[in-house]
Write a protein that binds this ligand. Structure first.
Ligand SMILES: [Zn+2]
Ligand SMILES: [Zn+2]
Ligand SMILES: [Zn+2]
Length: 166
């Protein structure tokens, strides 16, 4: 079964984009010694523009191509690998067979959680970590320091919860 996540939820997009101006990311890359070539900047611009969405490499490529037709898929692929290594993006796996990416948030210590509606495939973001107690418990019981997590909750979103099965 191929699941497509087209209905990305980006209600909070505008609010966040203000906070996350591109300068922050450009500075972060510079700090880490990464040269911001035209191609890399084109990819970064799309990630900012699409903030709140969770795009695959191919989807990012399709967006970049509009303003930068010379760019190749392989370049976008390598750029995503580089950005991930530089720690400015997170890679996500929503079980639909492709890796998806989003910009890492400044204020976020650990990756935020995702809620996937199994009816409409909408993806919602959970703003709070909520796992603090569990992380403490793990540290105590297993002598293991949690540095990150990748949590997906599956279920029904508010639009689908009361809808009868079609
Ligand atoms: Zn956490
Ligand atoms: Zn839904
Ligand atoms: Zn997300």
């Amino acid at each position: 079964m191929i699941i497509r996540y087209n209905n990305f939820n980006n209600i909070l997009k505008n609010e966040r984009v203000d906070k996350m101006n591109s300068l922050t990311f450009k500075e972060k890359l510079k700090e880490k010694g990464c040269k911001l070539t035209t191609q890399r900047r084109a990819v970064l611009d799309i990630l900012l523009e699409q903030y709140g969405n969770h795009l695959s490499t191919e989807e990012i490529y399709n967006c970049v191509k509009v303003t930068y037709p010379e760019i190749g898929l392989a370049t976008v692929y390598r750029t995503m690998q580089l950005f991930e290594k530089m720690g400015i993006i997170d890679k996500l796996n929503f079980d639909d067979g492709v890796s998806r990416f989003e910009l890492k948030r400044e204020e976020e210590k650990h990756q935020h959680h995702h809620l996937i509606c199994q009816h409409c495939n909408r993806v919602l973001e959970v703003e709070e970590d909520l796992l603090f107690d569990i992380e403490q418990e793990i540290a105590k019981k297993y002598k293991f320091q949690v540095t990150n997590h990748n949590v997906i909750f599956y279920g029904e979103c508010e639009n689908c919860i009361d809808k009868p099965e079609e």
